[in-house]
Write a protein that binds this ligand. Structure first.
Ligand SMILES: [Zn+2]
Ligand SMILES: [Zn+2]
Length: 372
């Protein structure tokens, strides 16, 4: 029974000399057959891989060659040894210790910036960095759409016209931010969430519309608070940038101020314009959302002036109430058209302010807090 031949580390793990194992060099070890001799080398490889990333905390996971774990289990069951550290945990602990010393970074098993996987069988190290959730607010001039649009020629497959990108080459906030954030993070794998949207021809002015970029596998984790992206039609600027603590499961509710230019079917009297202001003072409007249950939104204020049949409306609305429908009355009641008793068509609208009225919700954080 006591005739197992083990390397120093594998012997130490079973409780050491007291059990009278014959201590041999790594390759002759019954359990690891030399795997533990690789610890130093794999730790150096792990540190080299980790250096390609910016991170404060890391974790180490280990996979061992086939049979190793089974042989340790067999030995322990034969000798009735239980509850000791396993070969995987020991190897991971030793590698983590070396990496920590070499790079002056600390281990966090729950939520590391960087997860290193050391494969002792293949002699390889791979790394996964925790995604980043960058919050910012953008402003934009007229003439740039919010989202990238799929190429009209190939529908996203990639062709000559879109230079194989699958997207229209016209500038978009998404396309411009994507390029810039890829530069900051060293990764172009990202998705965007927006607090509302506007038209290509809408200007969005300060303090801008909030968005969240979900950046996968970032190499770098520090983005600036403010930056601008110039393009032929002007500049898309980002301000209030910060990292969210985790993936948001719900975006905050918000309200926004807008300046609308519309055309009325017939001339509107001064009394009707005054009526508009009186009617939309914290007024509830019903919105029969297409493919969804009807909802109620608030119009906080509206005021209008007219020049001939051209109308200028200043309004503040709940997020999710479409400006054009609020003007025309299509699926929305009451609307500008309804109150003015004439058909009004929205020609353009600018976004002058977006204000969050709720908070981000994070599932991951709730889980972490529950554990404590
Ligand atoms: Zn061994
Ligand atoms: Zn194309």
């Amino acid at each position: 029974m006591q005739s197992y031949r083990l390397c120093p580390l594998c012997s130490e793990r079973q409780g050491g000399g007291a059990l009278g194992f014959e201590v041999v060099t790594g390759r002759e070890c019954f359990i690891c057959a030399g795997m533990m001799d690789m610890v130093g080398r794999m730790a150096r490889a792990a540190a080299k891989t980790a250096k390609r990333y910016q991170f404060r905390t890391f974790s180490v996971g280990v996979s061992v060659p086939e049979g190793v774990q089974e042989r340790e289990d067999e030995l322990r069951s034969n000798l009735k040894l239980k509850g000791n550290e396993t070969i995987k945990t020991q190897a991971a602990r030793l590698v983590a210790g070396d990496v920590s010393k070499a790079l002056s970074r600390s281990v966090d098993r729950q939520r590391p910036d960087l997860a290193l996987l050391v494969d002792f069988g293949a002699g390889e190290v791979s790394a996964t960095s925790r995604p980043l959730f960058y919050y910012g607010r953008y402003t934009k001039p007229a003439g740039v759409s919010q989202r990238r649009e799929l190429c009209r020629d190939c529908g996203g497959g990639g062709c000559k016209k879109c230079r194989n990108t699958g997207f229209e080459l016209k500038p978009s906030v998404e396309g411009l931010l994507r390029k810039k954030l890829a530069g900051f993070s060293g990764s172009d794998k990202m998705t965007f969430s927006w607090l509302g949207s506007e038209d290509r021809e809408s200007r969005v002015s300060s303090p801008g519309r909030p968005f969240v970029a979900d950046v996968k596998s970032p190499k770098k984790r520090k983005f600036p608070k403010t930056f601008g992206v110039r393009f032929r039609g002007g500049t898309v600027s980002v301000s209030s940038g910060r990292m969210l603590p985790a993936k948001p499961v719900r975006l905050p509710s918000f309200r926004f101020a807008t300046k609308i230019r519309g055309t009325a079917a017939s001339k509107v009297s001064a009394e009707s314009l005054a009526e508009l202001g009186a009617r939309f003072r914290r007024a509830e409007v019903r919105f029969d959302r297409p493919h969804n249950r009807p909802t109620t939104k608030t119009v906080y204020r509206a005021s209008a002036t007219a020049r001939g049949r051209t109308l200028f409306v200043d309004a503040e609305l709940d997020g999710g109430l479409p400006v054009k429908r609020f003007v025309s009355g299509e699926l929305v009641s009451p609307s500008v058209s309804e109150v003015l008793k004439t058909e009004v068509v929205c020609r353009s609208f600018d976004i002058c302010g977006v204000r969050e009225t709720g908070k981000f919700e994070f599932a991951e954080i709730t889980r972490i807090q529950k554990k404590d």
